[in-house]
Design a protein around this ligand. Structure first.
Ligand SMILES: CC(C)(COP(=O)(O)OP(=O)(O)OC[C@H]1O[C@@H](n2cnc3c(N)ncnc32)[C@H](O)[C@@H]1OP(=O)(O)O)[C@@H](O)C(=O)NCCC(=O)NCCS
Length: 255
């Protein structure tokens, strides 16, 4: 049997600890940055009722089809926070952020200059939104929970090199290794805008930059984007001011 090498360069053994800070009133759109927005989705119903107004008719009807109350509420809050965050960059009102999806469901901004890229992941009561410019991006979030039979699940579901990390990595317990490997895999799939059913699923080293992240409350995330490493800034999405903040465009013009 061919022995797989545990992948390096993905931050699996050294996830970067991110501590969300309040966003500055003026966000600077620097070309070499990725902004990671951290959000808690468990708001009370009064706040959620206000947030529903920010959603499009399609988003509201999608949320209405979610049977469980807590899942419906989190879905509404997640989509509304996505709109609030993107509004900071686009300069329009959150309800006017124009979102579309590709054939596999990956959302993107419709219209505009096409430079702003983002991706979202939610898990349990938390969400992350990753925003950058001039490249594609994918993000995934998982709660740090105990996984039964993590090695065999990894061997069934993950590319061979990541399954090898779950089997043989040593710095943390097997459930944590699984969460790290899984988020790295899913962030790369989401970067490419494909689903987990993609038959070409494999792990990429070199073609894109991938980082494993230690988030608050024991959550594990990974972000993947095309091109060289970028500076990561982590902001708290629930911190005001929401609509008033502006983004200063410091991006070079496309050549
Ligand atoms: C994308 C996918 C991997 C996300 O899985 P997950 O772990 O359940 O969810 P996460 O919380 O990490 O991410 C969900 C978010 O990712 C984004 N997303 C959805 N599809 C995506 C895709 N193909 N690529 C990247 N991002 C995607 C959305 O913003 C979604 O949030 P929303 O539903 O609130 O809009 C999974 O849904 C999948 O495999 N989808 C593809 C299915 C497909 O090919 N469908 C074709 C017909 S639509």
């Amino acid at each position: 049997m061919r022995r797989s090498h545990v992948p390096t360069g993905l931050g699996l053994d050294t996830p970067r600890h991110l501590v969300p800070s309040p966003p500055p009133p003026l966000l600077i759109a620097e070309p070499g940055e990725v902004h990671i927005w951290w959000a808690s989705l468990d708001l009370d119903w009064c706040a959620v009722t206000d947030l529903v107004d920010l959603l499009s008719a399609a988003e509201r009807s999608r949320a209405a089809q979610i049977y469980r109350h807590d899942a419906r509420r989190r879905s509404i809050v997640s989509r509304a926070l996505l709109r609030i965050v993107l509004a900071r960059y686009t300069g329009c009102a959150p309800a006017d952020v124009d979102l579309d999806r590709n054939g596999a469901g990956k959302p993107h901004l419709a219209g505009g200059d096409g430079r702003l890229a983002f991706n979202v992941s939610h898990a349990s009561d938390k969400a992350v939104i990753a925003v950058t410019w001039d490249t594609s991006i994918g993000v995934d979030l998982e709660p740090g929970r105990e996984i039964d039979d993590a090695v065999s699940v990894a061997e069934r579901t993950l590319p061979r090199a990541l399954a090898a990390y779950v089997r043989r990595g040593s710095t943390v317990d097997v459930s944590a290794r699984f969460a790290r490997a899984w988020t790295v895999f899913e962030a790369q799939q989401k970067l490419r805008g494909v689903g987990l059913t993609d038959e070409q699923a494999t792990i990429h080293r070199g073609a894109c930059h991938t980082e494993c992240l230690a988030m608050p409350d024991g959550f594990i995330a990974a972000v993947a984007f095309d091109g060289p490493p970028r500076r990561l800034q982590c902001y708290d999405a629930a911190q005001p001011p929401h609509h008033a903040a502006r983004v200063v465009r410091n991006l070079p013009l496309p050549t």
